[in-house]
Design a protein around this ligand. Structure first.
Ligand code: NDP
Length: 289
């Protein structure tokens, strides 16, 4: 019998862990705010446990805001020898390598396995996993990730998964800034934004932002907080650090990182990532609706 634990029942983790009881006999959940774990147990037939108990599972998923919270927990508990730790946080590649080495000394395997697909992908078990770590560990952990995702790729050694995720989210940031600039310009010229969006989505300028974010979050002014702007700002910082570590020049990445940081610094702490466009709206006095 394989016991699986999930640590961190936030916007993503709560939904991801909900699928595990369909695939495993014993599913343990831990959350800092214990009430959320108890609610999860009642709703999905999981078991709310202490952190020490969760660390005794055969497979341990974590999904926390940053690698720092994961690191704290990894160093705080005794993890079962032979366990596999699958970290779905959008984390820092260097920290993944350090964690993998530390855990190896305890006979625990570590995969950096961040996900994309947002809360809806977590809810429907259609997430994309981009995974770094040993290939044999990836093969062993694959069925557990398949319970939560659709496209699951081993992209390289430790840290590679986090690197792919950081670059993906940097591209999201670039597209968000570019769309805010492009669509405020169109509105300044009296263009119908919805008609323009249809044209662009049938043309070469389309992106995930034009296909989903503009109509579902921005034009309807809903800005639902499913992925925090603060977290996107964190991801753009990780991507810029990767550029610097490689001693490359990436002006678009550097500028987008500054813009997203500025938007995050001037927004409410609980703002959705899509609310970054409000910075452009305040500059231009043009509302994207
Ligand atoms: P949330 O802010 O919704 O949840 C964060 C979780 O981490 C909560 O369970 C929270 O516990 C816990 N937590 C925070 N600080 C600590 C701490 N110091 N010690 C222990 N637990 C802590 O985040 P998301 O679920 O949105 O994001 C999680 C990760 O997934 C992030 O790295 C994010 O970038 C990434 N991600 C998010 C996506 C999204 O659409 N939301 C999509 C893809 C990736 P508590 O309930 O007690 O506050």
């Amino acid at each position: 019998m394989t016991t699986v634990a999930f640590i961190g029942l936030g916007a993503m983790g709560y939904r991801m862990a909900a699928h595990l009881p369909q695939h495993f006999d014993s599913v343990l959940v831990w959350n800092r705010n214990v009430d959320k774990a108890k609610q999860h147990a009642a709703e999905f037939n999981t078991q709310a446990v202490t952190l020490a108990e969760a660390a005794q599972a055969d497979i341990i998923f974590s999904c926390l805001p940053t690698s720092h919270q994961v690191d704290e927990i990894i160093h705080q508990v005794d993890i079962k020898s032979g366990a596999i730790w699958i970290d779905c946080t959008s984390g820092v590649p260097d920290i993944a390598r350090t964690q993998a080495t530390y855990l190896k000394s305890k006979n625990v395997s570590f995969l950096d396995a961040p996900v994309s697909g947002q809360t809806i992908g977590a809810e429907n078990a259609t997430l994309t996993f981009m995974v770094g770590g040993d290939a044999e560990v990836f093969d062993k952990a694959l069925p557990a990730m398949q319970a939560l995702g659709k496209l699951i790729k081993h992209v390289g050694g430790s840290g590679a998964g986090f690197a792919v995720k950081a670059v993906n989210n940097m591209l999201l940031a670039v597209h968000l800034c570019a769309a805010a600039e492009g669509f405020t310009t169109l509105k300044a010229h009296g263009v119908n934004l919805n008609e323009a969006l249809d044209c662009i989505n049938a043309s070469s300028g389309k992106s995930g932002v034009t296909e989903n974010v503009l109509s579902q979050r921005i034009f309807n002014r809903s800005f639902p907080n499913t992925f925090a702007l603060l977290l996107l700002a964190k991801d753009t910082g990780i991507a810029l650090d990767l550029v610097r570590d490689a001693k490359l020049s990436a002006p678009v990445i550097a500028l987008s990182q500054s813009l997203i940081q500025a938007a995050s610094a001037t927004s409410d702490a609980d703002s959705d990532f899509s609310a970054a466009v409000k910075m452009y709206e305040s500059w231009s006095k043009i509302t994207l609706e």
